[in-house]
Design a protein around this ligand. Structure first.
Ligand code: NAI
Length: 297
């Protein structure tokens, strides 16, 4: 088998001025991708900005013989997203890969959550992925090729205290990914999501004890595969950290059917409704609708 390479394909990597995004950028560039290193360069909570973050990663890529340009637009507005895609078109004439990685944290327990904590997090993680991916998707449809990788989180997939804003945004990215997989199917556009676990400035307070095991570089091989032409997977969610990769999937139990359903029959059959024996994993809404049709026929 040959090694995975990108043969001049153009990759936009958001939030690539540090942490995971920087590692993704270095790896893809080392294998021939032309990279737009996007980063606003602010603090973990999204305040401030610094063009130096993206510039430094571009310098690293150039020093290693790769090709990259810096972009410091924010993903969090439609204008910013369009400008990031325009940076790719101006520098390289096309866009083949979008890696939605930019992120911020504004943790607060739900009863204390305020609109500014909610809006900023939804704007960067969830709307930001829409704003960057949509103009790129238009190009991808026209050229009949695209790879989209969005960065979700176990906080949304499984739940974590103090992160309703972040968890909802991260689970929203799974919905975006699933629908893009459906809409992109006939244009050879694959959309997948990852849920990483790595020591970065975002997690240093909680993961410091595992510093040597959770290098951010462990996440990039998964991203590199999902961003490659060889990737056939679409609509998938993979969890990765410290060299371990696993799939996270949404399944549906065989279910219980009663045409005279009342609240008591729900109560009395709760274990049949929820038993995981014989579950299925629908690829899209059509597969799920078939489960109803089968049960009702
Ligand atoms: P990080 O803070 O090092 O990286 C995030 C980058 O996004 C920063 O460089 C920041 O400047 C940039 N950014 C923030 N707002 C931006 C905006 N509006 N426009 C452009 N760039 C912006 O943290 P890390 O850990 O590398 O995070 C990368 C992604 O991985 C994030 O989406 C995060 O939520 C996600 N993630 C990380 C986990 C971990 O264990 N480190 C766990 C689960 C998810």
């Amino acid at each position: 088998m040959t090694d995975i390479g990108y043969d001049g394909k153009v990759a936009i990597i958001t939030g690539a001025g540090g942490g995971l995004g920087r590692e993704h950028a270095l790896l893809l560039a080392s294998r021939g991708a032309l990279v737009v290193v996007n980063d606003l360069g602010g603090a973990v909570d999204g305040t401030g900005s610094d063009k130096g973050a993206a510039d430094r990663v571009v310098d690293e890529i150039s020093a290693a013989g790769g090709v990259a340009v810096a972009d410091m637009h924010s993903v969090a507005t439609p204008e910013g997203g369009a400008a990031i895609v325009q940076s790719a078109l101006d520098a390289f004439g096309r866009v083949d890969i979008v890696i939605n990685n930019a992120g911020i944290l504004r943790d607060k327990s739900f009863h204390n959550l305020t609109p500014d904590l909610l809006n900023a997090v939804i704007d960067v993680h969830l709307k930001g992925a829409f704003y960057v991916t949509q103009p790129a998707f238009v190009q991808m449809r026209e050229q009949g090729y695209g790879r989209i990788v969005s960065t979700s989180s176990a906080a949304g997939l499984f739940g974590n205290f103090g992160q309703t804003n972040y968890g909802a945004a991260k689970m929203g990215l799974v919905g975006l990914t699933r629908v893009l997989a459906v809409e992109g199917a006939k244009h050879n556009i694959k959309a997948n999501a990852i849920a990483p676990l790595a020591l970065t400035r975002m997690t240093e307070d909680i993961l410091a004890a595992f510093a040597d095991k959770l290098e951010p570089a462990f996440i990039s091989p998964l991203v590199a595969y999902l961003a490659s032409e060889e990737c056939a997977a679409t609509g998938r969610v993979s969890s990765a950290g410290g060299g371990r990769i696993a799939e996270v999937f949404i399944g549906e139990t065989a279910g219980f059917t009663d045409l005279a359903l009342d609240p008591e029959s729900v109560r009395d059959h709760w274990s049949e409704i929820t038993t995981r024996e014989g579950y299925t994993v629908p690829r899209h809404i059509g597969d799920e609708t078939k489960l109803f049709m089968t049960a009702l026929s």
